[in-house]
Design a binder for this molecule. Sequence first.
Ligand code: PRP
Ligand code: URA
Length: 209
Amino acid sequence: MAKVYVFDHPLIQHKITYIRDKNTGTKEFRELVDEVATLMMFEITRDMPLEEVDVETPVRVAKSNVLAGKKLGIVPILRAGIGMVDGILNLIPAAKVGHVGLYRDPKTLLPVEYYVKLPPDVENRDFIVVDPMLATGGSAVAAIDSLKKRGAKHIKFMCLIAAPEGVEAMQKAHPDVDMFIAGLDEKLDEKGYIVPGLGDAGDRLFGTK
Ligand code: PRP
Ligand code: URA
């Protein structure tokens, strides 16, 4: 069964409050999403493998650790996932970035795929799929299906706000994919929006409506 981590770090929780606030404008919303993505990534990378090297300090040679160079791929779900990429790359600037383009059909709420482009070496890469919202779970499940179909074996999923329905859908479809969440909310409304949520993440990030 996939593990679900809800981040209770005070800085993350503080910033999530302002992300939720309907009075937060586009510029500030974007900056906050970027900052929370960085903070979440810091926690998610806690288990990255290290290797010991010798380093010459001004005093003597020391044994010290560097990242073991595991290949990492960040995959935002278009379009709102884009808002989290720069925050992640602040910490891991060398990570490759793939894209999965999906939108929710407003009537059926089912995801429609329109674009997929992944970095090479899919089988040997650790992927983190990112999207601010996990609502019905349809988009995340489909994006991860798409990655697995192309050979991906190690996948994590990171989002800002999740509904219990989405978490359950992910656990059913992808029990091997751990989920990292900043806010686990109450429910979905009749239009598939997360309650209380933050509204439409894509529209708030890009100033569209
Ligand atoms: C939003 C959000 C997720 C999806 C979540 O995207 O960014 O991708 O909905 O809903 P689900 O869990 O029910 O699938 P949307 O389809 O609105 O597209 P956008 O990112 O282009 O705005
Ligand atoms: N997508 C969003 O952007 N917000 C929601 O509440 C649900 C899906």
